[in-house]
Ligand binder design. Structure first.
Ligand SMILES: *Cc1c(COP(=O)(O)O)cnc(C)c1O
Length: 471
């Protein structure tokens, strides 16, 4: 594709952007010096920048464009709804067809015991809703002391004050006032970096039992819920050992703690089923959704609520003093409905489960033979590579954490591949519509970029070993 006519030059765009636009999760001084990438168009799994360069978007935007770019059906659904009723609220005893349809549709695809939805415009807002909802539930239930929420280090649950407190990102908490009171963090099931010489399955049990230890310590009468992503996304696509989730489920049930599955990334097909909870046989009381719900075409999120929680709130809860102007926004809801229709009718999720997911898994696993790779793991349309200067000991780099990852990320972008780095992990989350042919293209780009990265790291003297994770 050539440059799109009539747009300012990239330099001009970057200058205005630097002067007026404050970017999320960015060092402004650094960014304004290098200049932002100006993306102008998307089509399928590809993005194009203002100079006409083409990128294979292995991140689905930000984990969200599940059905790929450029689906005109969603644009039409938005236009139709905007013409008819662009906005009305769902407060004060009002509703409208798009939110009714979407609530029913979500209930029909969610696990059987989840049949109610509270809407927001993002995952962060939905997790803030969850904090209030679980406390309101226990107060209504007659157990008002059950307030504490247990989460995990290196979890990501959003960026508002409440959701960032639920998250376990030290870099976020260090910028003041977080976590808010009554949120506690335990360790994560991250075997590669923290499992040492244990087997993954023993390690999974050990990390799950930390939840039980913590519950004993604070008393289940003080604990409202445990929240976790089925697979940690932003933390670096951390796929828990298979022993982890069954043990967590047992502990939550035995100690009467609500279980919140944050499905913002895993939901809507990413793991080859509608929800990560289906893939890991989790029975959550609440599920957080956003991102893939609309494939990112409109900002919308929500909390899906179990029958047990909903029935208590419905019969004895009184007014739940909480809501967003845009809860159940009609245009966003209409677009989400259309997105779900496409996921269903085009069998996109079963293709991930039966065809493209297993295909990616096979090809991705071969990366573990690369001399820069300590581990290559994947599930459905999620994958991670652990970069290592000494793969067999799962060693970290001696250089500051993230140096090798950033260098590799920049090499990927120069080669037309959008792959993200989380410290020294490289991660992908491609659109669910990626074909096996496109996976081959993705894989040859990944191999090429890793070869180049190894050369550059050697040239820069960055291959020295830091910590060995195993003997
Ligand atoms: C992205 C994300 C969120 C936050 O969603 P926003 O729409 O960015 O507010 C919450 N939880 C998980 C697991 C996420 O990946």
């Amino acid at each position: 594709m050539n440059r799109i006519a009539n747009l300012p030059s990239t330099k001009e765009f970057q200058k205005i952007d630097a002067a007026h636009h404050v970017h999320p999760f960015s060092d402004m001084a650094e960014l304004n010096q290098t200049g932002s990438r100006v993306i102008v168009k998307g089509d399928g799994i590809f993005l194009y920048d203002n100079d006409g360069a083409k990128f294979l978007d292995a991140m689905s935007g930000l984990w969200c464009v599940n059905i790929g770019y450029g689906r005109s059906e969603l644009a039409k659904a938005a236009e139709k709804q905007m013409q008819k009723l662009p906005f009305y609220n769902t407060f004060f005893g009002t509703t409208h067809p798009p939110v009714i349809n979407l609530s029913e549709k979500i209930s029909s695809i969610a696990p059987k015991h989840l049949n109610h939805v509270f809407f927001s415009s993002s995952g962060s807002e939905a997790n803030d809703t969850n904090i209030r909802l679980v406390r309101h539930f226990w107060a209504t239930y007659g157990k008002p002391t059950k307030k504490i929420i247990i989460s995990r280090l290196n979890a990501y649950h959003g960026s508002s004050l409440g959701s960032a407190s639920l998250g376990g990102m030290k870099s976020m908490h260090s910028q003041g006032g977080m976590p808010i009171p009554d949120i506690i963090h335990i360790d994560q099931p991250y075997w590669y970096a923290e499992g040492g010489n244990m087997s993954p399955n023993d390690f999974g049990i050990m990390r799950a039992k930390e939840l039980e230890t913590k519950i004993m310590e604070i008393g289940s009468d003080n604990i409202a819920a445990f929240i976790a992503e089925p697979i940690q996304g932003a933390g670096g696509v951390i796929i828990p050992p298979e022993t982890y989730w069954p043990e967590i489920q047992r502990i939550c049930e035995e100690h009467n703690i609500l279980l919140i599955a944050d499905e913002v990334i895993c939901g809507f097909g990413r793991t080859g089923n509608w929800f990560g909870s289906d893939t890991f046989s989790i029975k959550p009381d609440l599920m957080t959704i956003a991102k893939g719900l609309s494939s990112g075409y409109q900002p919308i999120g929500g909390s899906i609520i179990s029958d047990r929680v909903a029935s208590v709130l419905e019969t004895k809860g009184g007014e739940f003093c909480h809501g967003y102007t845009y809860s159940g926004h009609p245009v966003a809801a209409a677009v989400a409905c259309e997105n779900i229709r496409i996921l269903q009718e085009e069998n996109i999720i079963s293709s991930v489960r039966d065809e493209t997911g297993p295909y990616l898994k096979e090809k991705w696993a071969e990366l573990s033979n690369h001399p820069l790779v300590g581990e290559a793991r994947s599930l459905g349309m999620l994958g991670a590579i652990e970069l290592s200067p000494e793969p067999k000991s799962r060693a970290s780099f001696k250089a500051a954490e993230g140096t090798a990852g950033l260098i590799t990320r920049n090499i990927c972008i120069r080669n037309g591949l959008i792959m993200r780095h989380v410290y020294d992990k490289m991660i992908i989350s491609p659109p669910l519509i990626i074909t096996t042919y496109e996976i081959d293209n993705l894989m040859s780009l990944v191999w090429k970029c890793l070869d180049e990265a190894k050369m550059v790291l050697e040239e820069k003297g960055l291959m020295s070993v830091g910590n060995r994770r195993t003997q």
